[in-house]
Design a protein around this ligand. Structure first.
Ligand SMILES: Cc1cc2nc3c(=O)[nH]c(=O)nc-3n(C[C@H](O)[C@H](O)[C@H](O)COP(=O)(O)OP(=O)(O)OC[C@H]3O[C@@H](n4cnc5c(N)ncnc54)[C@H](O)[C@@H]3O)c2cc1C
Length: 490
């Protein structure tokens, strides 16, 4: 398995296809380092969390990092959720490696079913397993590129005026395919080894050229990445305990060749929707680990803000803390149940659960979606509670150099003191942290990511209402109320 140092050495060898703020930058550019440090914890913490992070590959029997694993049973699903919560707690937010894990679990199942549909004429699953073996052995990181630019939202892929609004197959050749299009908001692609591309939505027969899944090296010379980098304000004097960072890329494919051995779906529109849903499903399961970790930070922040403001004994604070804890732990409980009810089956509306894939475990869809939706919809409510309890202090907090300027620093420490039991230095450090999280450009981006990442709440509402057996609930009420359907006209 790799160490963080080996990971950085590998990044240093990659072809420079990253564009940032008007120029091309190296992968080890100073701006990327906080993000590398964050994802680097998935290598650094392997020993400490060995019981959660180390697992035997079902392909080779070798010990691998769980982020490269295909879930084989419900215990794997539980451990994935708990590993995610622990690691996210340590970096103070997204650990940034689950997209590849979620994408590989989805493609593993769908490539198998697509081969079945083609009665053995394709070898997507064999190709994918070969790719996966290297992925596991070399402990690689993959970004999962699902979200297309989508152009006119009301039009389906084949109906768009510009055919490149969704990534598509332009040409099929003897040795591979040519693809075009652009995936957006793709997290951590600028520090990944591989990019795993999957469709974004269900497709019709006329959309079949958009039913495509493949993997390319993230530094492929014909692929351009335009990255946005989300770092907090640099600290020179008052360092944070951990300084995280994140990146998101537009990934542009302009007639890029993909060899067949890296193609895992090509034209099987019947499975595009399942692949889109399965990546989303595995990713929503990951949210049941990361969002509770972010919830842990939110609860801690709210409790400290109350304490540092010396209002922690007031009833309205207690009520708000309870609300934050409820949302966070409900999200975890939903994920726990989704793990426990996991099985090698998917839910097809109108049909029910059907066996799917070669036997790897898929978390329960209703509970994944319920958990992610509750967590996502509460992101801004959580920010509202922190804002309420904090008051205005993090929004206008003086910059750190003012706290080392001998002319004013004593005034500042005197005037930020609210609770006599808290040292002014610690109070200052705390309000800087709250400012990072809620009053900075990066803090705003994090809120957007926590709300939309894994699918906007509307996507979860659609999944929940199309998969939940609402008819049986209506019947319950009819039976108890004494309603006779035969009396109705239809
Ligand atoms: C920080 C961040 C990180 C992310 N990381 C990744 C990643 O690593 N990989 C990845 O693949 N994606 C990633 N995403 C993308 C994320 O999954 C999408 O943002 C999300 O699915 C919403 O899609 P969208 O941004 O295109 O919004 P839109 O789909 O444009 O949504 C905007 C609004 O339009 C509505 N709408 C859209 N289509 C229709 C329609 N046909 N009819 C009616 N209303 C409609 C929506 O309900 C919503 O209210 C990330 C996003 C963020 C913000």
């Amino acid at each position: 398995m790799r160490t963080k140092e080996q990971f950085m050495k590998d990044l240093n060898k990659m072809y420079n296809n990253i564009y940032y703020d008007g120029e091309r930058i190296d992968r080890l550019d100073e701006q990327q380092i906080p993000c590398i440090n964050t994802i680097g914890m998935t290598f650094d913490l392997v020993e400490e969390y060995a019981d959660l992070m180390l697992v035997k590959s079902h392909l080779t029997g070798e010990t691998i990092n769980r982020f490269t694993h295909i879930h084989q049973n419900t215990d794997d699903l539980h451990k994935k959720q708990d590993m995610t919560r622990k690691l996210c707690q340590r970096v103070g937010g997204c650990i940034q490696r689950c997209m590849g894990c979620d994408g590989t679990n989805a493609v593993y199942n769908v490539s198998y079913e697509a081969d079945k549909l083609n009665k053995g004429e394709t070898n997507y699953h064999g190709n994918f397993k070969k790719w996966l073996e290297r992925f596991q052995k070399e402990d690689l990181i993959a970004a999962c590129a699902q979200t297309d630019v989508k152009g006119d939202r009301i039009k389906r892929p084949a109906d768009q005026e510009d055919p490149d609004m969704y990534v598509r197959v332009v040409e099929r050749k003897k040795d591979g395919i040519i693809v075009s299009g652009c995936k957006v908001h793709i997290s951590e692609a600028s520090v990944s080894d591989e990019i795993l591309v999957v469709p974004t939505r269900a497709l019709r027969p006329e959309d079949k050229d958009y039913a495509v899944a493949f993997a390319l090296p993230a530094d492929h010379k014909d692929v351009k990445q335009v990255v946005t980098i989300h770092n907090f304000r640099k600290r020179d004097y008052f360092k944070r305990g951990f300084m995280p960072g994140a990146t998101d890329s537009y990934i542009i494919f302009d007639n890029v060749f993909v060899p067949w051995e890296r193609v895992f779906l090509c034209g099987e529109y019947q499975h595009a929707g399942v692949l889109a849903l399965l990546f989303a499903l595995f990713h929503r399961h990951s949210y049941s680990g990361c969002k509770p970790a972010i919830g842990d930070l939110v609860v801690g922040t709210a409790a400290l803000a109350a304490e540092y403001n010396n209002i922690h004994r007031t009833p309205h604070v207690r009520h708000k803390l309870a609300e934050l804890i409820m949302v966070s732990e409900l999200g975890y409980a939903a994920g726990y149940t989704a793990s426990d009810l996991g099985k090698p089956e998917v839910y097809i509306p109108g049909v029910g659960f059907v066996p799917y894939g070669p036997g790897s475990f898929i978390p329960n869809s209703i509970y994944c979606n319920v958990g992610r939706c509750i967590s996502g919809e509460n992101v801004f409510r959580e920010a509202e509670i922190i804002t309420d309890i904090s008051g205005g202090i993090p929004a206008t907090f003086p910059h750190e150099k003012d706290f080392v300027n001998p002319e004013i620093k004593d005034y500042l420490y005197k005037y930020i003191t609210r609770n006599p039991n808290i040292s002014p230095e610690n109070a200052a450090q705390f309000w800087r942290f709250v400012g990072d999280m809620y009053c900075s450009a990066t803090g705003g981006i994090l809120l957007y990511g926590n709300y939309h990442g894994g699918g906007s709440p509307i996507m979860e509402s659609i999944a929940i209402t199309t998969q939940y057996d609402i008819e049986s609930k209506k019947k319950l009420v009819k039976d108890i109320a004494g309603i006779d359907d035969k009396l109705n006209k239809t």
